[in-house]
Design a protein around this ligand. Structure first.
Ligand SMILES: *[C@@H]1O[C@H](CO)[C@@H](O)[C@H](O)[C@H]1NC(C)=O
Length: 323
């Protein structure tokens, strides 16, 4: 969920080509379990978890992001997405310990207008990986089961931002660091895992240690929709040397792809990206540079549907620190 207004078309072509050959080897085994306890992880302590059963509901651990920007900050959340975020139960609610975020459209004389929801963990809930250890942040998520044709422009995400972003008044992207643990575009059976860091001055050519505005990372093919999968990120500082520290994306516990400090090759950018506290975001955006770039056209289309079939459900979210 890049905080930039530039189309990310280049991202798509940039990473499709080199990884296309691994397509057949990268199908993911789905985990069809229903509501369950937040798992333990051997060698790690579960330091925080959210299973959406607290009597205070969403507001126990989370802040609602409302409207079309942070107050006074870049429009359309910096990505060109078109929805307005609300905390209406039509857009976000908890049923039987499962969070649902549901995009809704309203007919209008021009293009339909959209609402949806976005939450971020509050300032008590931000974590950094301890030096010399590993940290894993993981969630159990069910992506909507609608077809690709019905889902153009729908953009669910589970991601994190450096808390420096908050300290600076929601400014300073991308230097503050961003981990996109799972981004889903246009109803596709694939998810992206990217980071953003370093600097980006809004100019082409794309630049900086994280190749902004596209970010660095990859995607995984064969991710099932309408079923529960776990998506996670592992921050590995066990080597105690920044160039060999690592970020790894996990789907259903399987390691998918990684980036090391030497891949980013900028000590300052890596320090922001891997050594500082991060907070969690969950949202379903509609339209914007990333889905438009993947599609090659402006999304959403008139045929894009709203409702639960294009929503995202979250069973639990957990943070694990290595013992
Ligand atoms: C390294 O990243 C920092 C921001 O995190 C940036 O100010 C600096 O210009 C970058 N250096 C290079 C060579 O890209």
């Amino acid at each position: 969920m890049a905080v930039t207004s530039i189309s990310r078309l280049c991202l798509v072509y940039g990473i499709l080509l080199p990884t296309f050959g691994t397509l057949l080897s990268s199908f993911v085994t789905a985990n069809p379990l229903q509501k369950r306890v937040v798992p333990e992880r051997s060698g790690f302590k579960k330091v925080w978890w959210e299973d959406f059963t607290h009597k205070d509901g969403v507001s126990h651990n989370w802040i609602y992001d409302l409207g079309t920007s942070y107050p006074g900050q870049v429009a359309n959340w910096g990505t060109g997405e078109i929805q307005t975020y609300t905390k209406d139960t039509n857009n976000i609610r908890i049923d039987n310990g499962v969070l649902s975020i549901i995009p809704r459209k309203k007919p209008s004389s021009g293009r339909p207008t959209w609402t949806s929801a976005r939450i971020e963990s509050n300032t008590k809930n931000q974590w950094a990986c301890v030096d010399g250890k590993k940290m894993i942040v993981e969630a159990s998520i069910k992506l909507g089961s609608a077809s690709e044709a019905q889902s153009k422009g729908i953009w669910p995400a589970f991601w994190m931002l450096g808390s420096v972003f908050r300290d600076k008044g929601y400014k300073g992207w991308p230097e503050v660091g961003e981990w996109d643990i799972m981004e889903s575009l246009n109803g596709m059976r694939q998810t992206w895992g990217l980071v953003h860091c370093g600097m980006y001055d809004g100019q082409i050519p794309i630049r900086g240690p994280c190749n902004e505005p596209n970010g660095k990372g990859s995607y995984t093919k064969g991710v099932g929709r309408g079923i529960w999968n776990t998506f996670g990120i592992e921050i590995d500082r066990s080597s105690k040397y920044w160039k060999t520290e690592k970020i790894t994306w996990l789907i259903n516990g399987v390691r998918r792809h990684s980036l090391s400090g030497s891949d980013i090759n900028n000590a300052t950018a890596w320090d922001f990206l891997v050594h500082k506290k991060f907070f969690i975001l969950l949202n379903v955006a509609v339209g914007g540079g990333f889905p438009d770039g993947v599609e090659g056209y402006k999304t959403p289309y008139l045929g894009t549907i709203d409702g639960e079939k294009v929503g995202m459900q979250v069973d639990w979210v957990a943070v694990y620190q290595q013992n």
